[in-house]
Design a protein around this ligand. Structure first.
Ligand code: WTA
Length: 648
């Protein structure tokens, strides 16, 4: 069956940064001679000491090493702020739209951003933060989150943001994981009309951290917090006193900019490390080209800075380009399901970037919430985080974009730092659900999963790998280079293995089919099933647990848990509730199980390995195609699981 195809928008294509012809030419050049291509495009940044080397990378087993622009020096914050002051000091850098629409938006100019970031940098230095030190951010989506990121970059400190929806335990693990010197938080995080008590979560987390960790507290709501003198510091008071000038540090291109913890298929989250030079070149270039951002445009990415999308496409990419970027503190449905569109109208948003899960949730509320608002300023729509189903794509295209706004379906990952595959709005036709084409410098390959052989024909399907490095590739796992190599380069030698499956259609366009490992994607949030399992088995009544994803109408995937209780423990509704709350407390609300099935036994091989394939099928209600179960130690457990499945 051929797919419906939407040609690129001709009006937009006429003035786009990249049209069809230019894409072909630039893509070919980027693959033919990466040094020349990226040597040229690295010049979009201001370097203190210009680089003379561009690419120095190896995917060779035992010697995984990734360096870009390795002898250049720069400061990321100076690139995002200082260099714009002369030409656009009075232009709005950040529009802040608070959770409560009554509170009113703030417009922060590049000059004001400069002052606030300098002050924050001086405050952090007063607390002892130096080049190379780690700083944890646990903040609402407020301008201070961007100030803190850029202040770290200015000093040369490495920030690691922990999404405000994570629990005190998860926060403590990250503070300890990177041995942070300072934790920056706020009193409370307002979201969707509710408040998360960030400071009290931080207090709880810090009980499990070294007592030298200092806590810098931003005032957001003015809500009551407890205070420990000598450990807690009042940001607003200190910033008033702080000098509003700060000299940015000279950093090597390969000095780490940030660590971001993300879930994998095994063990606890790992600290993905991104460095200064290559990351910023790529984040800036993709922000400009993927969204066709033009001078004066208002650009809005609805992500949270707790995720990589917020790093690259709310803060670093747009600000490096001198763009106006909108930061939204709230949720799509507060005060009602028209909030996104109200904000688009109010700020005359030109590029809008969100996740399929949000689109699906809003679709269900009816079109009147969209039609109430004037969305005529929209030019380009984007999606990210999970495969978008054609129904959601069509709704986005017809109801939001009125058939006039190309949709860029951007496939990428925390590890890749920036867009890897996406249609470009002035260059490519789009197909609902397809990420279409690689960005410049990206060499996707489809491998046969078992043999690891490259499949060069199409149409075809297999695992998605990338054959060579690109500038914003993660450099290592914080403190564990071996894990980096094992996770991404061991299964398919000589390639970066993304963890996703993909299809290449008859036209050579790419379709991401979802994760092929034990990572699930819940409302666009990436979750390791192993993390949820280890939270469950930490409960005194749980003997064993296996967690899989299952199709969920709004969330994309839901969390399905098979739980074996300790001998003699009664499986009650109450216990089910308790386990849900337990996982919320251990990891955070985003990890709360959707369905919990009591499993007297789990299907295992004779060597004791849990057969997740079978559990996935049962959770998907697709037990007709279980495959061969005869190798199981106890085939009968499968019948019981099917009989009592939750997803009927
Ligand atoms: C999935 C988010 C299909 C994919 C930037 C990937 C997608 C994981 C898309 C990374 C897309 C992201 N189409 N799937 N456009 N974008 N994914 O690290 O499975 O939070 O491996 O980065 O999300 O999630 P992460």
């Amino acid at each position: 069956m051929s797919n419906p195809t939407y040609p690129p928008n001709a009006e937009l294509a006429a003035n786009a940064h990249v049209n069809a012809e230019k894409y072909e030419e630039m893509y070919a050049a980027s693959i033919a001679d990466p040094d020349a291509f990226w040597g040229e495009h690295g010049k979009r940044l201001d370097w203190i000491k210009p680089y003379t080397k561009v690419k120095n990378t190896s995917f060779e087993p035992g010697n995984i090493s990734i360096k870009w622009y390795e002898d250049g020096t720069l400061n990321v914050a100076a690139n995002c702020i200082d260099r714009h002051l002369e030409t656009r000091g009075d232009q709005t850098a950040i529009i802040f739209e608070p959770d409560d629409p009554e509170e009113g938006a703030q417009h922060i100019t590049y000059k004001q951003l400069h002052t606030s970031v300098c002050k924050m940098a001086n405050v952090l230095e007063e607390l002892g933060v130096r080049k190379g030190d780690r700083v944890i951010l646990y903040l609402p989506m407020i301008p201070e989150a961007a100030y803190a990121m850029l202040a770290c970059a200015r000093i040369g400190a490495i920030h690691s943001i922990v999404f405000a929806g994570f629990s005190p335990d998860a926060l403590a693990a990250r503070v300890n994981g990177c041995d942070a010197k300072v934790l920056i938080t706020a009193d409370e995080a307002p979201r969707g009309g509710r408040k998360t008590p960030l400071k009290s979560n931080a207090d709880e987390a810090l009980l499990h951290c070294k007592d030298t960790v200092k806590c810098l507290v931003v005032k957001r709501t003015g809500g009551q917090t407890t205070w420990i003198d000598g450990r807690d510091f009042d940001y607003n008071e200190m910033a008033m006193e702080a000098n509003d000038f700060h000299q940015p540090a000279e950093m090597n291109a390969e000095d780490p900019l940030f660590i971001l913890y993300t879930s994998g298929s095994t063990g606890q989250p790992k600290g993905v490390v991104h460095c200064s030079g290559g990351y910023l070149v790529y984040a800036a270039m993709t922000q400009e080209i993927t969204f066709d951002y033009q001078e004066g445009d208002i650009y809005w990415c609805t992500a949270d800075v707790g995720w990589v999308t917020g790093h690259s496409y709310i803060v670093y990419g747009p600000l490096a380009n001198g763009a106006t970027t909108l930061m939204f503190e709230g949720t799509p449905t507060y005060p009602d399901a028209g909030r996104f569109w109200a904000v688009c109208e109010k700020h005359k948003v030109n590029q809008f970037y969100t996740a399929p899960t949000a689109i699906r949730a809003l679709m269900g509320q009816g079109t009147e919430f969209v039609e109430k608002y004037d969305l005529s300023d929209l030019k380009v729509l984007g999606t990210v985080g999970e495969p978008i189903n054609p129904e959601a794509w069509n709704w986005y295209n017809d109801v939001v974009g009125k058939g006039n706004c190309p949709i860029v379906d951007t496939w990428w990952q925390t590890e890749t730092g920036g867009h890897m595959m996406t249609p470009l709005p002035g260059a490519h036709a789009t197909k609902p659900g397809s990420a279409m084409k690689p960005f410049f410098g990206v060499k996707p390959v489809v491998l046969e999963p078992t043999s690891g052989e490259e499949i060069s024909t199409y149409p075809t399907e297999g695992v998605l790998c990338i054959a060579d490095s690109w500038p914003s590739q993660m450099r290592t796992v914080w403190g564990d280079h071996e894990r980096f190599e094992k996770t991404y380069f061991a299964d398919y030698k000589g390639y970066y293995f993304a963890g996703d499956g993909c299809r290449r259609d008859e036209d050579g366009d790419y379709w991401i089919t979802g994760r092929v490992d034990d990572v699930i994607n819940v409302s666009g949030h990436r979750m390791g099933t192993a993390e949820v399992e280890s939270a469950l088995v930490a409960h005194r009544d749980v003997a064993e647990a296996a967690v899989v994803g299952y199709p969920h109408e709004i969330k994309g995937q839901g969390i399905y848990c098979y739980v074996t209780l300790m001998n003699g423990v009664e499986p009650t509704e109450e216990l089910r509730k308790e386990l849900r709350t337990w996982v919320r407390t251990e990891i955070g609300p985003i990890a709360a199980p959707d369905l919990i099935q009591w499993a007297p036994g789990l299907p295992k091989t004779r060597s004791g390995k849990i057969m997740r394939r079978i559990l996935r099928k049962i959770a998907e209600n697709d037990y007709g195609s279980l495959g061969d179960t005869s190798t199981l130690a106890e085939p009968a457990v499968v019948d019981d699981l099917i009989e009592n499945r939750m997803n009927k």
